[in-house]
Ligand binder design. Sequence first.
Ligand code: HEM
Length: 199
Amino acid sequence: MAEILVKRASPIQRLSHWIHMVSFIILALTGLGLYARSFFGLTGLFGGVDMSRTIHHYTGIVFFATTFIIFFQWAQAITARGEDSLVDVVRSYLDHDFHAPAGKLNFGQKMFAWFAFFGGLVMGLTGFAMWFPFVLGRGLQQWMYFLHNAFFVGLMLFILVHLYLGTFGNPGSWRIMVSGTVTKAWAKAHHPKWDAEEV
Ligand code: HEM
């Protein structure tokens, strides 16, 4: 019997996420090449140091803009009050027979989305300060470097977990990025409140 499919993300939501994702990868590769001697070889992929820096700056604008676009697209689901708790979410990842009573997003996804928003904001603002280094005083400028590096490490870790959960960790999730749909069985299992109330 054919599987029943339900809509989860619109074409514009998918396009925004793809642009955001690709811009993050370009920023990570160019940023690492410019930052650390051991990754210097990466600058060769982008035509050298100067080109890597230019690409990093302008891709940063795309990433900063899509940070806001994605946040507003998901704002309703991110701010929705649910009964889901972090304990339930962790349990549902460890025990595949248990499902948190999640709405459109579970508690872990909401926390990730807030972090992705604030992380994107901090990366963008500190990045602009580093692009125009003589605007702030020396002391404040050093904080910009520190925050840019610290938030990069934090974002990278969370995004690796997000990447895993959006693909191998949760079979059936990746199709949201491709076709914007999920199976009815996926909706019922992972987001039962959303399935019952909105689908
Ligand atoms: C690197 C590869 C990535 C993959 C495979 C991926 C996959 C996905 C998938 C499948 C969803 C839909 C989740 C659902 O509807 O239940 C999603 C949502 C989302 N993604 Fe990504 N993503 C990636 C990168 C990123 C990056 C770089 C960011 C931001 C810095 C990001 C931020 C978000 C946000 C905010 C959502 C909305 C809801 C949530 O928290 O899950 N993603 N992603």
